[in-house]
Design a protein around this ligand. Structure first.
Ligand SMILES: C[S@@+](CC[C@H](N)C(=O)[O-])C[C@H]1O[C@@H](n2cnc3c(N)ncnc32)[C@H](O)[C@@H]1O
Length: 216
Protein backbone atom coordinates (compact mmCIF):
# COMPACT_ATOMS: atom_id res chain seq x y z
CA UNK A 1 0.00 0.00 0.00
CA UNK A 2 1.33 3.45 -0.93
CA UNK A 3 1.91 6.17 1.63
CA UNK A 4 -0.75 8.35 0.02
CA UNK A 5 -3.32 5.58 0.36
CA UNK A 6 -2.54 5.17 4.05
CA UNK A 7 -2.89 8.90 4.72
CA UNK A 8 -6.10 9.28 2.74
CA UNK A 9 -7.64 6.23 4.34
CA UNK A 10 -9.08 5.03 1.01
CA UNK A 11 -7.89 2.47 -1.54
CA UNK A 12 -7.79 5.24 -4.17
CA UNK A 13 -5.52 7.67 -2.42
CA UNK A 14 -3.68 8.55 -5.59
CA UNK A 15 -6.73 10.54 -6.57
CA UNK A 16 -7.21 14.06 -5.15
CA UNK A 17 -9.22 14.41 -1.95
CA UNK A 18 -9.15 15.01 1.77
CA UNK A 19 -6.52 13.39 4.01
CA UNK A 20 -8.15 11.55 6.92
CA UNK A 21 -5.16 10.43 9.02
CA UNK A 22 -4.21 13.73 10.62
CA UNK A 23 -1.79 12.45 13.28
CA UNK A 24 0.08 10.21 10.83
CA UNK A 25 0.32 13.18 8.44
CA UNK A 26 1.67 15.43 11.22
CA UNK A 27 4.26 12.81 12.17
CA UNK A 28 5.35 12.40 8.55
CA UNK A 29 5.63 16.20 8.16
CA UNK A 30 7.93 16.38 11.18
CA UNK A 31 10.25 13.83 9.57
CA UNK A 32 10.13 14.74 5.91
CA UNK A 33 11.45 18.31 6.22
CA UNK A 34 14.54 17.07 8.08
CA UNK A 35 14.23 19.69 10.82
CA UNK A 36 13.85 22.53 8.31
CA UNK A 37 10.04 22.87 8.36
CA UNK A 38 9.88 26.06 10.43
CA UNK A 39 12.42 27.87 8.24
CA UNK A 40 10.73 26.77 4.98
CA UNK A 41 7.20 27.63 6.05
CA UNK A 42 8.33 30.92 7.64
CA UNK A 43 9.76 31.86 4.24
CA UNK A 44 6.35 31.16 2.75
CA UNK A 45 4.72 33.49 5.27
CA UNK A 46 7.36 36.14 4.43
CA UNK A 47 6.72 35.68 0.71
CA UNK A 48 3.04 36.37 1.34
CA UNK A 49 4.07 39.56 3.19
CA UNK A 50 1.94 38.79 6.25
CA UNK A 51 2.00 41.84 8.57
CA UNK A 52 0.58 42.60 12.02
CA UNK A 53 -3.14 43.24 11.67
CA UNK A 54 -3.63 41.09 8.56
CA UNK A 55 -6.54 38.64 8.26
CA UNK A 56 -5.05 35.49 6.74
CA UNK A 57 -6.77 32.43 5.23
CA UNK A 58 -4.85 29.12 4.91
CA UNK A 59 -6.53 26.90 2.29
CA UNK A 60 -6.10 23.13 2.75
CA UNK A 61 -4.47 23.79 6.13
CA UNK A 62 -4.12 20.15 7.24
CA UNK A 63 -3.17 20.11 10.95
CA UNK A 64 -2.40 23.84 10.79
CA UNK A 65 1.38 24.29 10.88
CA UNK A 66 1.37 27.13 8.32
CA UNK A 67 -1.83 28.58 9.82
CA UNK A 68 -0.14 28.96 13.21
CA UNK A 69 2.94 30.62 11.69
CA UNK A 70 0.69 33.03 9.76
CA UNK A 71 -1.21 33.84 12.97
CA UNK A 72 2.11 34.63 14.70
CA UNK A 73 3.14 36.97 11.85
CA UNK A 74 -0.29 38.66 11.88
CA UNK A 75 0.04 39.50 15.59
CA UNK A 76 -0.78 41.83 17.12
CA UNK A 77 -4.18 42.71 15.78
CA UNK A 78 -4.51 40.12 13.01
CA UNK A 79 -5.63 36.52 12.77
CA UNK A 80 -5.39 33.35 10.72
CA UNK A 81 -8.14 30.90 9.77
CA UNK A 82 -7.24 27.44 8.45
CA UNK A 83 -9.81 25.57 6.36
CA UNK A 84 -9.80 21.95 5.23
CA UNK A 85 -12.53 19.49 4.17
CA UNK A 86 -11.03 16.82 6.45
CA UNK A 87 -12.67 16.82 9.89
CA UNK A 88 -9.75 14.90 11.46
CA UNK A 89 -7.32 17.58 10.19
CA UNK A 90 -9.47 20.40 11.60
CA UNK A 91 -9.82 18.56 14.91
CA UNK A 92 -6.03 18.12 15.09
CA UNK A 93 -5.44 21.80 14.25
CA UNK A 94 -7.88 22.85 16.99
CA UNK A 95 -6.29 20.43 19.48
CA UNK A 96 -2.68 21.44 18.89
CA UNK A 97 -2.52 24.93 17.35
CA UNK A 98 -5.71 26.92 17.99
CA UNK A 99 -5.25 30.18 19.92
CA UNK A 100 -6.99 33.52 20.40
CA UNK A 101 -6.07 34.54 16.84
CA UNK A 102 -5.71 31.14 15.16
CA UNK A 103 -8.81 29.11 14.29
CA UNK A 104 -9.88 26.20 12.11
CA UNK A 105 -13.05 25.39 10.15
CA UNK A 106 -14.19 22.56 7.88
CA UNK A 107 -14.57 24.04 4.39
CA UNK A 108 -13.53 23.42 0.78
CA UNK A 109 -11.40 25.59 -1.51
CA UNK A 110 -13.93 25.42 -4.33
CA UNK A 111 -16.90 26.49 -2.18
CA UNK A 112 -15.47 28.81 0.50
CA UNK A 113 -18.09 30.07 2.93
CA UNK A 114 -16.20 33.29 3.89
CA UNK A 115 -17.75 36.59 2.77
CA UNK A 116 -16.38 38.57 -0.20
CA UNK A 117 -13.22 40.57 0.51
CA UNK A 118 -12.83 39.23 4.05
CA UNK A 119 -9.07 38.46 3.93
CA UNK A 120 -5.90 40.49 3.30
CA UNK A 121 -3.80 37.42 2.52
CA UNK A 122 -4.43 33.83 1.37
CA UNK A 123 -1.74 31.16 1.78
CA UNK A 124 -1.78 27.48 0.91
CA UNK A 125 0.81 24.72 1.04
CA UNK A 126 0.77 21.35 -0.71
CA UNK A 127 -3.01 21.46 -1.14
CA UNK A 128 -3.61 22.39 -4.81
CA UNK A 129 -2.95 18.84 -6.02
CA UNK A 130 -5.57 17.58 -3.56
CA UNK A 131 -8.37 19.72 -5.03
CA UNK A 132 -10.23 17.68 -7.68
CA UNK A 133 -8.93 18.80 -11.08
CA UNK A 134 -12.34 19.88 -12.37
CA UNK A 135 -12.83 22.08 -9.27
CA UNK A 136 -9.49 23.92 -9.37
CA UNK A 137 -10.69 26.81 -11.56
CA UNK A 138 -13.57 27.35 -9.14
CA UNK A 139 -11.13 27.20 -6.18
CA UNK A 140 -8.99 29.98 -7.67
CA UNK A 141 -12.14 32.03 -8.34
CA UNK A 142 -13.14 31.58 -4.68
CA UNK A 143 -9.73 32.73 -3.45
CA UNK A 144 -10.11 35.82 -5.65
CA UNK A 145 -13.59 36.47 -4.21
CA UNK A 146 -12.62 36.25 -0.52
CA UNK A 147 -9.54 38.50 -0.89
CA UNK A 148 -9.95 42.27 -0.57
CA UNK A 149 -8.79 44.40 -3.53
CA UNK A 150 -5.00 44.65 -3.24
CA UNK A 151 -4.92 41.39 -1.27
CA UNK A 152 -2.07 38.90 -1.75
CA UNK A 153 -1.99 35.16 -2.30
CA UNK A 154 0.86 32.63 -2.18
CA UNK A 155 0.27 29.00 -3.11
CA UNK A 156 3.05 26.44 -2.71
CA UNK A 157 2.86 22.92 -4.09
CA UNK A 158 5.13 19.93 -4.49
CA UNK A 159 7.20 20.15 -7.72
CA UNK A 160 7.49 16.89 -9.64
CA UNK A 161 10.92 15.29 -9.28
CA UNK A 162 13.04 15.54 -12.44
CA UNK A 163 15.44 12.59 -12.20
CA UNK A 164 14.52 8.96 -12.94
CA UNK A 165 15.25 7.82 -9.38
CA UNK A 166 13.24 10.65 -7.82
CA UNK A 167 10.30 9.91 -10.12
CA UNK A 168 10.41 6.22 -9.26
CA UNK A 169 10.64 6.92 -5.54
CA UNK A 170 7.83 9.50 -5.44
CA UNK A 171 5.65 7.40 -7.78
CA UNK A 172 6.11 4.29 -5.65
CA UNK A 173 5.57 6.00 -2.28
CA UNK A 174 3.27 8.98 -2.76
CA UNK A 175 1.65 8.14 -6.11
CA UNK A 176 1.25 9.49 -9.63
CA UNK A 177 -0.57 12.68 -8.64
CA UNK A 178 2.56 13.90 -6.80
CA UNK A 179 5.01 12.38 -9.29
CA UNK A 180 3.42 14.27 -12.19
CA UNK A 181 2.09 17.29 -10.28
CA UNK A 182 1.62 20.05 -12.94
CA UNK A 183 2.78 23.03 -10.88
CA UNK A 184 3.33 25.03 -14.09
CA UNK A 185 -0.48 25.25 -14.43
CA UNK A 186 -0.85 27.29 -11.22
CA UNK A 187 0.26 30.67 -12.66
CA UNK A 188 -2.16 30.47 -15.66
CA UNK A 189 -5.01 29.59 -13.27
CA UNK A 190 -4.23 32.75 -11.25
CA UNK A 191 -4.42 34.83 -14.44
CA UNK A 192 -7.70 33.16 -15.48
CA UNK A 193 -9.18 34.02 -12.07
CA UNK A 194 -8.28 37.73 -12.50
CA UNK A 195 -5.07 37.99 -10.45
CA UNK A 196 -2.19 40.23 -11.51
CA UNK A 197 1.45 39.29 -12.01
CA UNK A 198 1.91 35.72 -10.88
CA UNK A 199 5.57 35.33 -9.85
CA UNK A 200 7.07 31.85 -9.42
CA UNK A 201 9.87 30.89 -7.03
CA UNK A 202 11.22 27.90 -5.09
CA UNK A 203 11.74 27.28 -1.39
CA UNK A 204 14.06 24.31 -1.02
CA UNK A 205 13.30 21.12 -2.96
CA UNK A 206 9.69 20.72 -1.81
CA UNK A 207 7.92 24.02 -2.40
CA UNK A 208 7.16 25.51 -5.81
CA UNK A 209 5.62 28.89 -4.92
CA UNK A 210 3.41 31.20 -6.95
CA UNK A 211 2.59 34.68 -5.62
CA UNK A 212 -0.09 36.96 -7.09
CA UNK A 213 -2.12 40.07 -6.21
CA UNK A 214 -5.82 40.91 -6.59
CA UNK A 215 -5.87 44.21 -8.50
CA UNK A 216 -7.13 47.29 -6.58
C1 LIG B 1 -0.71 17.45 1.74
S1 LIG B 1 -1.92 18.15 2.78
C2 LIG B 1 -1.20 19.74 3.16
C3 LIG B 1 -1.58 20.20 4.53
C4 LIG B 1 -0.85 21.47 4.99
N1 LIG B 1 -1.20 22.61 4.17
C5 LIG B 1 0.65 21.26 4.99
O1 LIG B 1 1.37 21.94 4.24
O2 LIG B 1 1.10 20.43 5.77
C6 LIG B 1 -3.23 18.60 1.67
C7 LIG B 1 -4.50 19.03 2.38
O3 LIG B 1 -5.46 19.46 1.40
C8 LIG B 1 -6.72 19.09 1.88
N2 LIG B 1 -7.73 19.14 0.79
C9 LIG B 1 -8.19 18.12 0.03
N3 LIG B 1 -9.15 18.55 -0.80
C10 LIG B 1 -9.30 19.88 -0.57
C11 LIG B 1 -10.19 20.88 -1.08
N4 LIG B 1 -11.09 20.59 -2.02
N5 LIG B 1 -10.09 22.14 -0.58
C12 LIG B 1 -9.16 22.43 0.37
N6 LIG B 1 -8.31 21.52 0.90
C13 LIG B 1 -8.38 20.27 0.44
C14 LIG B 1 -6.48 17.69 2.45
O4 LIG B 1 -7.51 17.27 3.32
C15 LIG B 1 -5.15 17.90 3.16
O5 LIG B 1 -5.31 18.29 4.50
Amino acid sequence: MKLGQMLHGTPHADAPGAIQHARAYELLSKVVYLGDRRRMFSRLVDLAGVRPGDRVLDVGCGPGYLTALAAEAASPGGSALGIDPSEPMIKEGRRTRASANCSFEVDKAESLTAPDGSFDVVVSSLAVHHIPEDARGQAFAQVFRVLRPGGRVVLADFPPPRGRFGRLLVGATAGEVMRDNPVDRIAPMFVAAGFAGPVESRIGPFLHCVRAVKPD
